[in-house]
Write a protein that binds this ligand. Structure first.
Ligand code: LLP
Length: 417
C-alpha cells in the first residue's frame, strides 16, 4: 500500500521506519497510519458525492481514542454497541447526534446514558428491547429515536462467525415480523420511529447480498407506508471487505453506485442513507510489529516463535484468518517455510502458517491488515500485557496507547484478609 511501503530495503509507515519504531518502542506494537485512515474515509466520501449519507464508523473495529478523534475530525458519525463505546465516543469529542446505537443486549443503564447524550438513533433488535427502551425513555421524559434492525435473511457468503444476516443468527427481527414490530413501536410512548437498519455480515466482497437486503428493506418500507409509518433513514450496516490476501475488496463506489441507482428506481432517493463501515475504514491502516524470538526447525515444520500471540491478534486463532507477514528488513539469504507462532500455551496460538521467509532471531515482522479487530480483541491471557499502539502522521509518530505494565495487569486484584 502507499502507506506501508519499502524504502531502501526497509518497511516504512508513511515517513517512519518500522525497524526504528520497533526498536525504539519495543514489540508487539500496533502501528496505524493516519493518512491511510483519511484515504479510506475519502473513498467513502468520493463515492457518496452529493448524496445524503451519514457514515457511522463501526468503532468496534478499532476504538482507540486517537482513531476516533481522527474520524470525528473528518466528520464521521459512529456506530456504537455498548455503554463503553459511548463513553469513548464522548471522550473523543464526537457529536452524539451522529451516533447510532446497535447491539442485541442493550441494558437499561446503557439506554439511559445514550438518551442523556442524545444519540441519533437506537438500532433496536427485538420487541422486548423495544419495550424496555420505551419504559426507560418514559422514566426520563425523553423520546428515543428508533430504527428496527431487520434480519433480511440473505447469505453474505462470508465466514459463518461473521455472517449476521441469516435467519439462524441471533441478530435483528425477522423481516416477516417487522411490520407488526413497527406498529407496536409506533404505538409505544417515548418511542419515535425514524428508520430501518440491517447488517448482513462482515468481510463481504460481493455487491449482490447488499442489493438483495436493500430490496427487502425497500419492500418493507413500502408496506410500512401503507400502514401510515414513514421513515427518515435506511441504514445498510457495514461489512465491506478488504484485501488480506488476494481478495478483490468491495470498493465503496462499486456498492454505492448500485445502491443509489436502486433507491432512485424505487422512488426513495430522498431517504437518508446510513452506513456503518468498520473494517474497510481501518483494516489496512494498521500493522502489528513483532520480533522473532526463536527459530525452531522441527521434523514436520519450521516455527518462527515471535513475541506477539493470539492474545494480541486473535483473528487467526478464532477464524483461521489469513494475515500477510512482511519482514521489516528483508534478507536475501535462504528462506524456509515457517509457521509464525506466539508464546502462548495453546496450539491455536499461531499468526500465520506456511510462509516462505528468510529469518534470523531478532528480526522484526509486520503482520498486515491488523488495523481492524486487532487490538480491540486483545486480552491478557498468560498474563501478557497488551501491546502499545502508535499512530504515524507523515514522519512523526505518536504513542496513542501505552504498553500495559505488570501493575496494569493486577490492578483491582486483592488477597483475602
Ligand atoms: N454494524 C454492525 C451492527 C456490526 O455488527 C458490525 C460488525 C459493523 C457494523 C461493522 O462491520 P464491518 O464493516 O467491520 O464488517 N471480529 C470479526 C468481525 C466482526 C464484525 C462484527 N460486526 C473479524 O475480525 O473479522
Amino acid at each position: 500500500s502507499p502507506f506501508f511501503s519499502y524504502r531502501k530495503g526497509t518497511l516504512y509507515a508513511e515517513g517512519v521506519s518500522l525497524a526504528e519504531l520497533g526498536r525504539a518502542l519495543g514489540t508487539p506494537l500496533y502501528v496505524y497510519s493516519k493518512a491511510a485512515l483519511a484515504a479510506a474515509w475519502s473513498s467513502y466520501q468520493e463515492a457518496i458525492g452529493a448524496h445524503r449519507v451519514l457514515v457511522c464508523y463501526g468503532m468496534k473495529a478499532n476504538s482507540n481514542l486517537a482513531v476516533l478523534k481522527e474520524f470525528a475530525r473528518l466528520g464521521s458519525g459512529f456506530d456504537i454497541v455498548s455503554g463503553g463505546e459511548l463513553a469513548r465516543v464522548l471522550a473523543a469529542g464526537a457529536d452524539p447526534a451522529k451516533v447510532v446505537f446497535s447491539g442485541v443486549g442493550k441494558q437499561a443503564w446503557e439506554m439511559r446514558a445514550a438518551l442523556e447524550a442524545g444519540v441519533k438513533c437506537f438500532n433496536v433488535e427485538s420487541v422486548p428491547e423495544l419495550k424496555r427502551l420505551s419504559q426507560v425513555a418514559c422514566e426520563m421524559s425523553k423520546t428515543a429515536a428508533v430504527s428496527l434492525r431487520v434480519n433480511p435473511d440473505v447469505d453474505a457468503q462470508t465466514h459463518p462467525y461473521i455472517s449476521t444476516g441469516l435467519k439462524e443468527n441471533k441478530f435483528g427481527i425477522a423481516i416477516e415480523e417487522a411490520p407488526a414490530a413497527y406498529q407496536l413501536a409506533a404505538s409505544l410512548p417515548g418511542i419515535s420511529v425514524v428508520g430501518v437498519d440491517c447488517h448482513i455480515g462482515s468481510q463481504i466482497t460481493e455487491v449482490a447480498p447488499y442489493l438483495d437486503a436493500l430490496d427487502k428493506l425497500l419492500k418493507l418500507i413500502d408496506q410500512l407506508t401503507e400502514l401510515g409509518i414513514t421513515l427518515k433513514h435506511l441504514d445498510l450496516g457495514g461489512g465491506l471487505g478488504i484485501r488480506y490476501d488476494d481478495e478483490t475488496p468491495l470498493a465503496p463506489k462499486v456498492l454505492l453506485d448500485k445502491v443509489f441507482a436502486q433507491l432512485k428506481a424505487r422512488g426513495y432517493d430522498e431517504l437518508e442513507l446510513v452506513l456503518e463501515p468498520g473494517r474497510s475504514l481501518v483494516g489496512n491502516a494498521g500493522v502489528l510489529l513483532t520480533t522473532v524470538q526463536y527459530l525452531k526447525h522441527a521434523d514436520a515444520r519450521n516455527f518462527a516463535i515471535v513475541d506477539a500471540a493470539m492474545n494480541d491478534l486473535m483473528r487467526p486463532a478464532l477464524y483461521e484468518a489469513w494475515h500477510g507477514v512482511l519482514p521489516v528488513t528483508p534478507r536475501s539469504d535462504s528462506s524456509a517455510l515457517y509457521d509464525v507462532v506466539g508464546p502462548v500455551c495453546e496450539s491455536a496460538d499461531w499468526l500465520a502458517r506456511a510462509r516462505q521467509l528468510a529469518l534470523h532471531e531478532g528480526d522484526i515482522l509486520a503482520i498486515e491488515s491488523a488495523g481492524a479487530y486487532g487490538f480491540v480483541m486483545a486480552g491478557n491471557y498468560n498474563s501478557r500485557p497488551r501491546a502499545a499502539e502508535v499512530m504515524v502522521d507523515g514522519d512523526k509518530y505518536y504513542v496513542v496507547r501505552q504498553r500495559e505494565t505488570f501493575a496494569d495487569l493486577i490492578r483491582g486484584e486483592s488477597f483475602l484478609p
